[in-house]
Design a protein around this ligand. Sequence first.
Ligand code: 26V
Length: 816
Amino acid sequence: MTFSKENFKNQFISNVRTLSRQTVENATKEQLYEALAFTIRDYVTDKWLKTHETYDKEGVKIVCYLSMEFLMGRFLGNAILNMSIYDEVKEVLSELNIDYNTIENVEKDPGLGNGGLGRLAACFLDSLSTMELPAYGCGIRYHYGIFEQKIENGYQVELPDNWLENGDIWGVKRHEYAQEIKFGGTVRAVKQPDGRYKFIQENYESIMAVPYDYPVVGYDNNTVNTLRLWDAYAKEAFDLQSFNAGDYTKAVANQNIAKTLTEVLYPADEHYAGKELRLRQQYFFVSATIQRIVSKYKKKFGNDLSKFHEKYALQLNDTHPSIAVAELMRVLIDENDMEWDEAWEITKKCCAYTNHTIMSEALEKWPIELFSRLLPRIYMIVEEINKRFCEMLINRYGHDANKIRNMAVVADGQIRMAYLAIVGSHSVNGVAALHTEILKSQELKDFYEVYPDRFNNKTNGITQRRWLGHANPALSSLITDTIGDGWYKDLSELKKLDKYAEDKEFCKKFMQVKSENKKKLADYFKQTKGIDIDPNSIFDIQVKRLHEYKRQLLNIFHVMSLYNKLKVFPGLDIVPRTFIFGAKSAAGYSRAKLIIKLINSVAELVNNDESIEGKIKVVFAENYRVSLAELLIPAADVSEQISTASKEASGTGNMKFMLNGAVTIGTLDGANVEMAQELDNEGIFIFGMKANEVIEEQNKNTYNPWDVYNFSSDVRGVMNMLINGTLDPNTELFREIYDACLNGYNGSRADQYYVLKDFESYCKAQQDIEQTYRNKELWAKMAVHNTACSGKFSSDRTIKEYADEIWKLTPKHIEI
Ligand code: 26V
């Protein structure tokens, strides 16, 4: 079915009629959304079928991107943009007196991820389809995504996010591919005539995994790949045997497990908690994926699995799916009679592991007790992997007990999932150059020594289709009018804009777009929060998960010190600024929640103090999510990327802001380092300790924040404000933050993320920014320069590197 405006219009009108028995004039916006989504889905379906038909017929190699999280954002707008029918759809709707944006906003934002890692997976899928690379995203169909955040009295309150409430228009349920997943029970070894053992899992409980497929539409081509999310169902609604025997509890137990398994996404990002349900989720989707691809392979290529790795690559998005190493071994050995050594070679050739954090709290280590009880056969395989790995180490290093204990996959009563992933993969990558270097020289030093060839870097990227094309249509048009539309598929084209940084006319237009985007955001805050912000003020934005290492505290301390200055010198000539924060905190992370309260208390104080004449304002944007990011990022003048150096593996928000012409204030951390390089240090304001200084300081442990306190009256002012009743009548409310900064709290070091240590340097960089902003021409030049230099940070570039160097995957053009 080819697209024509006329056909589209008729189909849309007819869908409104059949789906909701309404005329277009009388239909609600929800009904209109549904009809529009169905209409678009029809166009997608043709390409989708053709894509898979081609993959099947030609037996191409496919990558499975295994991830616990896919933070896709809304489907409709993205599909329309990628099919290049945005203008036509908008026109048809306006002919029918329908405002496209109102309809688009009806769609619930599928928040099946926490933050950077989940959004990266979504950007990767977009790039894979656009570059015509055969791929599946494989994950879990959580019924509840990341919680919806409300701010009540300055505190975060979490509400369930029932994203499926109004149906699931984009998901296609595939009963025919259901897989049985086995938990628990015992393993019986049976000696076979040839002397080998066969291992049989018995008395287990079964859960059925049923996939839902979602289309991933490539830009301006016919490729539609699949995001396959597995949902859990009880094998039999009732276990009749138990029921008849009077064991009601057991009879419904399966049902309960099935219900809870895919119920909710774990919302604690970068914090490992060792919860049984989480391990169940991991094995559930990994086992379903592997069983499915092995059986599909056999159907296509026969029962000989010796070339399996030539047809499937498995990319492990962090350690969460690293159980895949053992599950693939199990399927090859137990279910297909392969010998260990051959299975091991194939497994290593299939698997590749991406590390996304060096935060030790995030390291997954499962207790043997739990792991072996839930996955008895998988545990045996992990033990065997560990035994062979340790033997290899002994061969190499002799009986160096410390070395072996430090590196073992199973030690201290735990299974270390990162080590399992490294040992069972042919590739281990970090997500920015600095991050990979830190992995090699610190966290994974021992493994780098043993497997130097496995380690490589893949600097993250973002899709320009969503983060410029869709999020910032006005800037997209300006760019396309100036240098053509090649940037949609090749972001390095933006380099051509650099010469326009000198062109006053162009810069003026560029800043006009920014100004319009700022007005739109100001309207949003007026409508949703009733707050007035000045579109002419500097929009300074920090949006990301709330975490101490990301240092939202540093930002709000700077605001507090500015406020203190304005109180002392009311006439102080500063450029008006609006500080915008957006962040969800893990529900159980009390320090992070207190920081949210602090930001809101500062906002309350500053926004209502007439004596400072509105020179600074603070806004907490509630419920930060993909769709809100699409509104916020295009409106930013200043992008805050201020993590403690060495702690942020890459960051991807930093790239989105840069692409949209914001100027960064940041540390030399994660991908900021590479951004500064691309920019030639123009239009980026770097401050603070370097990664090696942080690491050295951590080792020395001689830093005393009281020295900073005694030296700086600004710091004293801010610290006092935390406990002197200015922010809250309860003077003890923020005592914990005060103590964490100055004295250490609950066993952690004083100022462990060096907020006070970097404070002065940060304030200096903020002053530089203000001075630069006063020079409108210089500022515009820097903004344009940022967009022009952001080409490297397309996820297309990242995916090409993965495909060429790790997956050995070639594009397959889909002909219609
Ligand atoms: C860990 C856990 C532990 C158990 C509970 C749920 C949960 C969820 C996520 C994680 C790992 C989070 C790691 C992560 O998101 N890292 C981020 O990855 C981005 C993409 O590579 C990168 O840009 C960010 O710098 C990095 O923090």
